[in-house]
Design a protein around this ligand. Structure first.
Ligand SMILES: Nc1ncnc2c1ncn2[C@@H]1O[C@H](COP(=O)(O)OP(=O)(O)OP(=O)(O)O)[C@@H](O)[C@H]1O
Ligand SMILES: [Mg+2]
Length: 480
């Protein structure tokens, strides 16, 4: 919901609810008082009471305007009594604490009570005389002989006036209580929907400013707030990504510097040694010179390959190499790979063979050139780490529901159980390899980057001294 809409609804509810609650209270009050106390709170009674009060006040007004001389005039007193007759009113004129005219016999205590009730100025103005309730009005008088007194007007009322007073008090009280209650409740709801999400955002920004980018910002609250939260979350993820990328760049740069200074130094040192040998005349025969130059050439080639590998790895690591995916028949593809690598392997007395167990599907989406690099790196390892006179590499193709599994199995030296996961780390070389063959330890790290770039998986399984399997899993695509 939008904040504007919610505010309109909340305000409307805040205004309407007290009225509804007050009306309900009034209804229940009338029902209960009529059923339990046998009173009759209805409009007629209310009007009658109002008329009585009006008549009393009117008469009092008349009195205050009239000449004090008339007050002791019997005719005037009768006139007043007549005026009150339609509300069955009574009149008492008190002079110097003595009743000089009274249409009802009332004792002094009740007179005092009546005067006190009027002075009290409460809503009710009702006095109880001999178990009957009267509405009372009074005014102070000054007679022509300068003595003081009062005129008291009484009008009988049932038990309703008391109830009416209470009724009004209860309804007004409930109205205000429900007004405050609804207001508090609506403010609480409003704060929950708007203030809490803003609080969450505030907390998150504080954490971001401290450098902690891991706490996710939930989308809560109204539409606008939700959108704000979503934008913040997007910003947090982007910031986190850019920081991660920056760290990766830094890491990459460090890796390049350290590997250049470490791995490239060895062949360069030996190149320097051989060149010095030629310059100093150590290679004093043409054959020796030729051998030295060939070694220098092969070391330079090694450096060249290493630099290429480093750059490729670095680019793959930073996702800077786009893959050119093509739908490829995997059987055909591996037949081609074997055809390419076979003759070279035969020279090292290694036989390579394809075993196809695919039945349903044989298509994958791959970048043929990059995937070729993966296969070459794996086969190159099988060749490099081959200790058997009769080398054998088997490429086995099988499938699961969603993937095509390619296993490249050799009968070489094998890998140690603990090395199976590590060999895909950059620069990782098992002790055995370090002592013997050349290499930088980037071959399988590059293979892993490429396979993972294809959303595939690569892992190794050792068969003891029987050899090693490197296994790839690639997502199938439909044959269509
Ligand atoms: N088929 C295999 N048989 C035995 N050991 C292997 C095999 N393949 C990989 N290894 C081990 O894994 C290590 C990492 O292999 P990787 O191809 O990454 O590096 P490398 O071959 O040493 O160097 P590079 O491939 O960069 O020339 C190797 O040094 C070797 O110890
Ligand atoms: Mg290798």
């Amino acid at each position: 919901m939008e904040v504007k809409k919610r505010m309109i609804i909340f305000n409307t509810i805040t205004v309407i609810t007290p009225f509804i609650v007050a009306a309900l209270t009034a209804f229940i009050f009338v029902l209960v008082s009529s059923k339990v106390f046998n009173t009759n709170i209805n409009y007629d009674n209310f009007r009658k009471l109002a008329a009585t009060r009006y008549e009393l006040l009117n008469t009092i007004k008349d009195l205050s305007r009239s000449n004090p001389e008339h007050l002791e005039d019997v005719e005037f007193q009768k006139y007043l009594y007549g005026k009150l007759s339609n509300i069955d009113g009574e009149i008492l004129i008190v002079k110097n604490n003595t009743v000089i005219f009274g249409t009802k016999d009332i004792n002094k205590i009740d007179i005092e009570k009546s005067l006190d009730t009027v002075k009290d100025e409460t809503l009710k103005n009702v006095v109880k005389i001999n178990n009957d309730s009267y509405m009372v009005e009074a005014a102070s008088l000054t007679f022509k002989d300068e003595s003081t007194g009062n005129v008291i007007l009484l009008a009988p009322v049932g038990k309703e006036p008391n109830i009416f007073g209470r009724f009004i008090l209860v309804v007004l009280g409930i109205f205000f209580i429900s007004f405050i209650g609804t207001n508090l409740f609506m403010s609480y709801l409003f704060s929950k929907r708007i203030v809490s999400p803003i609080g969450q955002l505030k907390k998150a920004t504080a954490e971001i400013s401290k450098g902690d980018l891991n706490s996710q910002i939930m989308e809560i609250g109204d539409n606008e707030i939700k959108e704000l939260c979503a934008d913040f979350e997007k910003m947090r993820v982007q910031l986190k990504d850019s920081i991660r990328m920056k760290m990766k760049y830094d890491d990459n740069r460090k890796m390049l510097i350290s590997s250049i200074s470490h791995d490239l130094k060895t062949p360069i040192t030996s190149i320097k040694g051989y060149v010095e040998g030629i310059l100093d005349g150590v290679a004093n025969t043409p054959e020796k010179k030729d051998r030295y130059l060939k070694t220098i050439y092969s070391k330079a080639e090694q450096i060249d390959i290493m630099i290429d590998d480093l750059l490729l790895y670095s680019k793959l690591d930073l996702n800077q190499i786009p893959f050119n995916y093509e739908k490829t028949d995997i059987v055909e593809y591996f037949s081609y790979c074997i055809h390419e690598s076979g003759p070279e392997l035969e020279k090292s007395n290694i036989h390579i063979q394809l075993h196809n167990a695919l039945q349903n599907s044989k298509y994958v989406m791959i970048d043929r050139e990059r995937m070729r690099r993966v296969i070459v790196n794996i086969i190159d390892n099988s060749r490099k780490y081959m200790d058997k006179a009769e080398g054998q590499i088997d490429i086995l193709l099988r499938e699961t529901n969603l993937s095509i599994i390619v296993e490249i199995k050799d009968n070489g030296v094998g890998i140690h159980k603990d090395d199976a996961n590590k060999i895909f780390n950059r620069f990782y070389r098992a002790d055995l390899a370090r002592s013997g063959t050349t290499g930088s330890g980037l071959g399988l790290a590059i293979a892993k980057q490429i396979v993972e770039g294809h959303k595939g998986k690569i892992w190794a399984v050792g068969h003891g001294s029987e050899g090693t399997s490197i296994i790839l899993s690639l997502a199938k695509v439909k044959d269509l």
